[in-house]
Design a protein around this ligand. Structure first.
Ligand SMILES: NC(=O)c1ccc[n+]([C@@H]2O[C@H](COP(=O)([O-])OP(=O)(O)OC[C@H]3O[C@@H](n4cnc5c(N)ncnc54)[C@H](OP(=O)(O)O)[C@@H]3O)[C@@H](O)[C@H]2O)c1
Length: 251
């Protein structure tokens, strides 16, 4: 809980027309978030799983890319009753909203996440999706919102999530493609990363931020280390966007 209190103290200092955005990921000591064949992506301790649910209990909504959201066992929920009680105590809804990004509309509509109806599911997509496919998506989601022609306009999407759905604090749990788009748009205010004592290797094994990345040092997103805690064999680090980062990204 100590990490959560630190994180919440920091996030109250940022004001913007979009939600405060934090990302939470577990990675191996060699920086991978899954094996190269992508079959293993859950590898952290039960303490880290608890940390994930504690962080979810601070956010109005959870956002995931299509490949992560459609994985087996993923419901994007708040977890057991005690985490829902934490949410209510903080003045949040008992169940977090769920936001899924699917630029081409390829999300598997039979995925487990659509079977649980505890809170609204919002799909963010682009004009690339044909109207017939959009109708299919509208059958499984509570809202399908289009932002951008070929590229998803995350700045507008996040401002809309705040104004239409009242999302003030948005937690990204990846994967790497979604994170990269959020980083490049300067929309990530805080990074929570758990470093686990494993090495996966593999040139094609994904990392926290995939996609296009940047090609110049001057374009790198900049963060400062807020806290570093060791629990048993794992390291829990929190980074906050620097002031320059925030003034560039957050409107
Ligand atoms: N260790 C961890 O903490 C952790 C956390 C999360 C995920 N993972 C693992 O990471 C892997 C998945 O990561 P990933 O990077 O391949 O996939 P991802 O980000 O979960 O999903 C990628 C999909 O999301 C949509 N998307 C993402 N960014 C977009 C953008 N800028 N514009 C439009 N659409 C966008 C696209 O959907 P469309 O194809 O429909 O356009 C894209 O194909 C899995 O193996 C997962 O289990 C690990």
């Amino acid at each position: 809980m100590k990490f959560i209190a630190q994180a919440l103290r920091h996030s109250t200092t940022v004001s913007s027309r979009r939600p405060f955005v934090l990302v939470n990921m577990a990675m191996t000591a060699d920086g991978k978030i899954a094996t190269a064949n992508r079959t293993i992506s859950t590898f952290s301790s039960s303490r880290d799983q608890e940390h994930l649910l504690e962080l979810r209990a601070t956010a109005d909504a959870l956002i995931m890319g299509a490949r992560t959201a459609e994985s087996d066992g993923v419901t994007m929920g708040p977890g057991p009753a005690r985490f829902r009680r934490m949410r209510l105590k903080r003045g949040l809804a008992e169940y977090n909203l769920r936001v899924i990004v699917t630029g081409s509309g390829s999300i598997n509509i039979r995925a487990e996440v659509f079977e649980s109806r505890f809170s609204p599911i919002i799909l963010l997509t682009t004009e690339r999706v044909a109207s017939r496919r959009r109708e299919v998506l509208e059958r499984v989601a509570d809202e399908v919102a289009v932002f951008g022609d070929a590229e998803l306009d995350f700045t507008s999407a996040l401002e809309w999530l705040r104004s239409k759905w009242g999302i003030n604090r948005l937690l990204s749990e990846g994967g790497g493609d979604l994170n990269d788009a959020l980083f490049r748009a300067g929309l990530i205010d805080e990074i929570h990363v758990t470093i686990c004592p494993l090495v996966f290797g593999g040139r094609t094994a994904p990392t926290i931020s995939e996609g296009l990345g940047v090609s110049r040092l001057s374009d790198a997103r900049r963060y400062s280390l807020q806290s570093l805690n060791q629990v048993s064999n794992e390291v829990f680090a929190v980074y906050a966007a620097t002031r320059t980062e925030r003034s560039g990204g957050a409107k």
